[in-house]
Write a protein that binds this ligand. Structure first.
Ligand SMILES: Nc1ncnc2c1ncn2[C@@H]1O[C@H](COP(=O)(O)OP(=O)(O)O)[C@@H](O)[C@H]1O
Ligand SMILES: [Mg+2]
Length: 239
C-alpha cells in the first residue's frame, strides 16, 4: 500500500484490538485498522497504558513516538514505520503500522549479516539526534520486505543526554556524507520554522526542542559519531 494511503488508513480507520504484544512494558496492542475497504495491522499504544517513569513527563510517550517518525521522514531515512496520533478504544494514543517481520532477526543479526551497513549508520546517527534512551537489539525489526525498521521511540527527546543504545560500533567514525546532508536539510527546516518545526512543537516541549536543535548542531559541527557520555549507555536488557 502506498505510504500516503497507509497514513489515511491509520488516521481514519476503525480500530479493533486483537491482542496485546508480548515483551512490552507498556500497553502495546495489536490492532486491525479498517478504512474504505482497506485493512492493515497496527500497533496501538494508548496514553493511558503508559507505565510512569521517573524521568519522563507522564503521558507523553505516545507523542515522542510520533515525533520520532516525523524526524525519520524529514531526514529521508524511512526508519520508523508510519505513526500517527489518534483516538482509539482506550483513548488517545499512537498508532503505528505493524511491520510483518522475521522473528529470528534483530539488530545484531542484521549487523552481522552484512548489507545493512548504510542503514545501521543512519539508525545510529538518528538515535544520537533523537537522544534515544532505549535502542535495544529487538527494537530494530527485519521486515519481510528485507528492510530494517526501527520501533519503540517512547523514551526519546529528553532534554538531558540519555542516549542508551547497543550500537556503539562507530564511535569516532565520520558521519556518512548523506547523513550530514540530511541533518543540514533538517536544520534549515527548523530554522525556517516550517511545518516540521510546527508539528514537533506540538509534540515536544520548548526545552526538548532546544536540546534537539543543539544535538543537531553538534552532530553537524563535529561530523562524527559521538563517544558514550557518563551514565548508563546501554539499555537493560540489551535485547
Ligand atoms: N510497528 C511494529 N511492527 C511490528 N511489531 C512491532 C511494532 N511495534 C512493536 N512491535 C512488537 O511489539 C513488541 C513491544 O513493542 P515495543 O514498541 O517495544 O513496546 P513497549 O513500549 O511496551 O516496550 C516489540 O518487541 C515488537 O515485537
Ligand atoms: Mg520495547
Amino acid at each position: 500500500m502506498e505510504a500516503s494511503r497507509v497514513l489515511d488508513v491509520l488516521t481514519c480507520g476503525e480500530l479493533s484490538v486483537e491482542a496485546s504484544m508480548p515483551y512490552s512494558s507498556n500497553y502495546t496492542l495489536l490492532t486491525t485498522v479498517s478504512y474504505a475497504g482497506l485493512r492493515l495491522l497496527g500497533i496501538y499504544k494508548p496514553q493511558r497504558g503508559e507505565r510512569p517513569l521517573w524521568d519522563f513527563p507522564r503521558g507523553t510517550l505516545y507523542q515522542r513516538e510520533v515525533a520520532a517518525y516525523l524526524v525519520s521522514e524529514a531526514l529521508g531515512f524511512g526508519l520508523v514505520p508510519p505513526t500517527v496520533i489518534r483516538d482509539g478504544p482506550y483513548g488517545v494514543g499512537m498508532l503505528q503500522l505493524f511491520i510483518e517481520n522475521d522473528e529470528e532477526s534483530h539488530l545484531f543479526t542484521m549487523l552481522k549479516a552484512g548489507g545493512y551497513e548504510r542503514v545501521i549508520r543512519r539508525l545510529c546517527a538518528f538515535d544520537v539526534l533523537v537522544n534515544n534512551a532505549d535502542r535495544k537489539g529487538g527494537h530494530a525489526l527485519k521486515g519481510l520486505d528485507g528492510r530494517l525498521w526501527a520501533i519503540d521511540h517512547g523514551i526519546c527527546f529528553h532534554f538531558e543526554p540519555k542516549l542508551r543504545t547497543v550500537l556503539w560500533d562507530f564511535v569516532g567514525e565520520s558521519l556518512p556524507t548523506e547523513v550530514t546532508a540530511a541533518f543540514c536539510g533538517m536544520r534549515a527546516r527548523l530554522d525556517a520554522n516550517d511545518s516540521l518545526a510546527q508539528m514537533l512543537a506540538e509534540l515536544l516541549d520548548k526545552a526538548e526542542l532546544r536540546a534537539l536543535r543543539r544535538r543537531l548542531k553538534t552532530l553537524i559541527d563535529d561530523g562524527c559519531f559521538p563517544a558514550p557520555g557518563p551514565g548508563p549507555n546501554v539499555p537493560w536488557p540489551p535485547v
